[in-house]
Design a binder for this molecule. Sequence first.
Ligand code: HPA
Length: 236
Amino acid sequence: MTIHIGAKPGDIAETVLMPGDPYRAKWAAENFLQDAKLVNDVRGMLGFTGTWNGHRVTIQGSGMGMPSLSIYVNELITQYDAKTLIRIGSCGGMQPHVGIRDVIIAMTATTITSPSSGIFREMNYAPCADWSLLRAAVAAAEAMGTTTHVGGIYSSDVFYAERPDLDEQMTRHGILGVEMEAAELYTLAARHKRRALAVLTVSDHLQTGEALSAADREGSFGDMVEIALEAAFADV
Ligand code: HPA
């Protein structure tokens, strides 16, 4: 048990999928894992461990935003020895060629501030995905026929942004989409020598104003879970 995770030692698998929403963790565990058992419900941030194709997997909610994700990822790595951590979540599209429901596999995650900014100070650290996971996720997405974009994303501290100039600069510099967690996940994985990746579905679009309905979100969420699982065990 840690401060924020009630799981017993050994209850957490080496591979952890992390949706922001704890109910998405429940949905993914029920639909993709065999023998899934609830291993955490502290603060309602549900986590489940089961197996996928014989491999042990934990699906643990991260909450929204980098401060929340940072708590769970720190404890998963330092207390439970998680080795592969894959965020599965939604993002806002930031390029005209990126459509609603498309999948974005984040090669890098730009941020303005994160829980790790205090360490970097004057440095602009470039959080990046684990190459083996990135390569395997792209292969899995292509095999599934999912429309996929690979490149940089922006991890924002706010959903309701008051700086349209920042969005404009991100778009101008090729950023594919905006979400709120990946930069801290990549930074913590690098610090602790673990593998990390973010696989995201475009749920809304900053330029067109389009947004997925709740029912559509569920369908496209399934593709991400499958891509993440295939990537996690591609080289096993
Ligand atoms: N902004 C930030 N995070 C998000 C968005 C967004 O538009 N969509 C999904 N996650």
